[in-house]
Design a protein around this ligand. Structure first.
Ligand code: NDP
Ligand code: OAA
Length: 256
């Protein structure tokens, strides 16, 4: 049985727990103390709640971050320094180049999950031949942008038609919208980097989906990809596919 340490106990973590493959068990959950009683009760004591990954007395086969960019900054380096395998979904944390360097030099094994988008394998392959232009657009409902920096840029309640409210680099997008623009960072890391990946963020009152549009031009030719994902019912910011990419990481663990 492979044992996973989950970081986070929100919408994505719940979706992962519900879909956990056979031969994989959650051994530990790093969560705020307010969740610890609920975790103990739900798993009948078989899962240890922690406030810090380093309080773990065992060795997880995988540490699966499903929490926040802030959690990656807080725990990522220490987890890797222990020699553990860390899979990160809050990839936008790497928009902080100093943190990125520390994570890459910490040892262990760092996996960046594809999250809510597809095509990262093709983008990385295209990069081998030379890329000329990568643009990424995210289109979500007003509900998905609520509670984010978008509220300072646009009146989400008054939007009547699809509107771009942010244009900039992937680095700016990932840092300004930590719960909404990790895909921008994922695309950047697979392609032309944080500063050269151009990003548009859009609010669309007519949609209930999270739509990710990727346009890539290079010496290989070009591709255009549009992925229209259903958000998790428990968090409209987060696409179901992002949670499934974390489940997939657990399945790969079960197979090795
Ligand atoms: N790469 C991708 O495609 C995507 C990545 N994401 C990333 O996944 C993250 C999780 O998504 P989701 O589950 O829907 O978000 P939720 O807000 O539903 O859940 C996040 C949970 O993690 C907890 N948490 C955050 N930081 C810490 C920390 N430092 N220590 C302990 N617990 C922490 C939160 O607690 P509290 O509420 O108390 O802070 C909350 O319970 C997002 O924040 C985003 O960064 C999301 C979608 C797509
Ligand atoms: O889940 C999504 O659609 C994308 C998302 O929140 C992110 O990129 O952080």
């Amino acid at each position: 049985m492979k044992k996973v340490m989950l970081i986070g106990y929100g919408a994505m973590a719940q979706a992962v727990i519900e879909r956990l493959p056979a031969n994989v068990a959650i051994g530990w959950i790093v969560a705020r103390e307010s969740h610890h009683q609920a975790i103990l009760a739900r798993f009948h004591g078989d899962v240890t709640p922690l406030v810090d990954p380093l309080a773990c007395e065992g060795v997880p086969d995988l540490v699966l971050e499903c929490a926040s960019q802030q959690a990656v900054a807080q725990y990522g380096e220490a987890v890797l320094r222990r020699g553990w395998h860390l899979a990160v979904v809050s990839t936008g944390a790497l928009a902080d180049s100093e943190l990125e360097t520390r994570l890459l030099n910490a040892g262990g094994k760092l996996t960046l999950l594809a999250g809510a988008v597809a095509g990262i394998d093709g983008l990385s392959a295209a990069k081998e031949g030379g890329l000329q232009r990568v643009t990424y657009q995210s289109r979500k409902s007003p509900a998905s942008w609520r509670g984010s920096y978008a509220e300072q840029l646009i009146d989400l309640g008054a939007v009547k038609e699809a509107q771009i409210f942010f244009e900039g680099s992937a680095r700016e997008a990932a840092r300004l919208f930590p719960a909404n623009a990790n895909v921008a960072a994922t695309v950047a890391l697979g392609g032309v980097g944080m500063d050269d990946t151009r990003v548009q963020l859009m609010v669309d009152p007519a949609t209930k989906r999270n739509t990710h549009t990727l346009h890539v031009e290079g010496l290989f030719g070009e591709f255009h990809l549009e992925l229209s994902g259903l958000p998790l019912a428990s968090n409209p910011k987060t696409s179901t596919l992002a949670a499934l990419s974390a489940v997939r990481a657990c399945r790969e663990l079960a197979q090795c």
